[in-house]
Design a protein around this ligand. Structure first.
Ligand code: IFM
Length: 449
């Protein structure tokens, strides 16, 4: 049996996001976010679930950090709820909100766990949405003001920062399809939002550099593997459109300072307004790229396939099936995504900021879940990562999504992604088999194949 050892210093962690776990949606001065507003509207979320209580992490934070320590995590990726810091998005700061994250960071450091902070994991203040949200160019400045407050307060203790989590999801699921908050369906607004997200990222990176903080800063993208459904020219072209729209729309401006030309010809009048100098700001060098990988899809030309005239079918690798989300389990697709970044975007330093799966977990009488499917999934993806490392991908760490079961956006609490089971009635946390397995991987910095 081959021993798959990861490089010394490879960082092992798990991730969550504020809205998905914190609860306490209107406590201690927190303002309303677009996700509070969205979930409180009828028929937006499966079973009418909301993040009002979620995992109640806001109150159980010390217990959760103790659990992370017990599981041997070296790093914890979490996001900050902008509305805890600025209840109205801007203006006066809410000290209690700042104090909460300061306590969390200090507890993590005391437990020997490296904090990895994401500033925006989708929960924009509703007050800013009322002024247009990410479609309004002023939002870029509001974001930088918020970022600066966080850098000032935590910059001496947080070594890893990300500006945004998955801007494609924010822009397209939020502004083009209306599946997610703020529930808008308008392509022009989606492209404008995506441009402003990128611009605000670049401006925040500049502010970070100007402040002389010691940490590293990057951005987190959701990158999937897209394969043409056939050799037909029309399928290949559709696949290119989807790749450019979902991946290159972000990778190219960040790493090359330009937007994908073919896509921009396609979207024509829906293209965003770009001001002189914007692309230079967006391509401000970053310290790392965060990659979230979940699935691979086959893309075909589809006459009725919406704006991009494409349809997608989940593709699982031979011998693999689908997760509870219906996503194709495809570890080789993970490697392809990483090789694309290496070959086409200058081989930046990468952290895998999310990778994981939801399966139907069946707890026993002690609420223990023997989630071997999850272990097989994680193991296979780590093997693909190890292969990618051998191929020269500049990879430095891996975070499982997610530390614990949580609120999975439009799907509510139905899908369970956690290494730790959460009983949503009692809020008890019970580590699953996968958590015990992962602890072993971390302690050995690898595993036997
Ligand atoms: O739960 C989400 C997370 O918030 C962002 N990335 C994908 C995860 C699974 O869908």
């Amino acid at each position: 049996m081959a021993w798959r050892k990861f490089p010394e210093g490879f960082l092992w962690g798990a991730a969550t996001a504020a809205y998905q776990i914190e609860g306490a949606w209107n406590e201690d001065g927190k303002g309303e976010s677009i996700w509070d507003r969205f979930t409180h509207r009828k028929y937006t979320i499966l079973n009418g679930d909301t993040g009002d209580v979620a995992c109640d992490h806001y109150h159980k934070m010390p217990e959760d950090v103790a659990l992370m320590k017990e599981l041997g995590l070296q790093s914890y990726r979490f996001s900050i709820a902008w509305t805890r810091i600025f209840p109205d998005g801007r203006g006066s700061v809410n000290q209690k909100g700042l104090d909460f994250y300061e306590r969390l960071v200090d507890k993590l450091l005391a437990a020997g766990i490296i904090p990895n902070v994401t500033l925006n994991h989708w929960d924009l203040p509703q007050a800013l949405q009322d002024e247009g949200g990410w479609v309004n160019r002023d939002c870029t400045a509001w974001f930088v003001d918020y970022a600066r407050v966080m850098f000032d307060r935590l910059g001496d203790r947080v070594p890893l920062w990300s500006t945004h989590n998955e801007p494609w999801v924010i822009a397209f699921l939020g502004y083009a399809f209306g599946f997610f908050a703020p529930g808008i369906a308008d392509y022009s607004r989606a492209y404008q939002a995506s441009h402003h997200l990128l611009l605000s990222h670049g401006l925040a990176v500049q502010a970070f550099r100007a402040g002389g903080y010691q940490g590293k800063i990057g951005i987190v993208l959701s990158l999937s593997c897209y394969q043409p459904a056939s050799e037909k020219e029309s399928d290949r072209a559709a696949c290119k459109r989807v790749y450019e729209n979902n991946s290159a729309l972000f990778l190219q401006p960040l790493f090359k300072g330009s937007y994908p030309e073919m896509l921009f010809n396609w979207i024509a009048s829906h293209a965003p307004k770009i001001e002189e100098g914007d692309l230079k700001v967006i391509s401000e060098p970053i310290d790392f790229l965060g990659v979230n990988y979940y699935f691979t899809e086959a893309i075909a030309f589809a006459q009725w396939g919406g704006f991009l005239k494409s349809s997608s079918t989940p593709v699982s690798a031979p011998g693999w099936g689908y997760t509870e989300m219906g996503w194709g389990i495809n570890p080789p697709g993970f490697k392809s995504v990483l090789l694309d970044i290496k070959e086409n975007y200058g081989n930046p330093k990468i952290y895998i900021t999310e990778n994981g799966c939801a399966f139907k977990d069946t707890p026993d009488d002690n609420e223990f879940v023997s989630d071997w499917e999850r272990i097989n999934f994680l193991r296979a993806h780590l093997l693909a990562l190890h292969d990618a490392l051998q191929s020269g991908v500049n990879l430095h760490g891996y975070y499982v999504w997610s530390l614990m079961d949580n609120f999975e956006w439009a799907h509510g609490f139905a899908p369970r992604f956690g290494l730790v089971r959460v009983n949503y009635q009692t809020l008890r946390r019970i580590p699953k088999q996968s958590a015990l397995w992962y602890r072993e991987v971390i302690s050995r910095n690898g595993f036997e194949e």
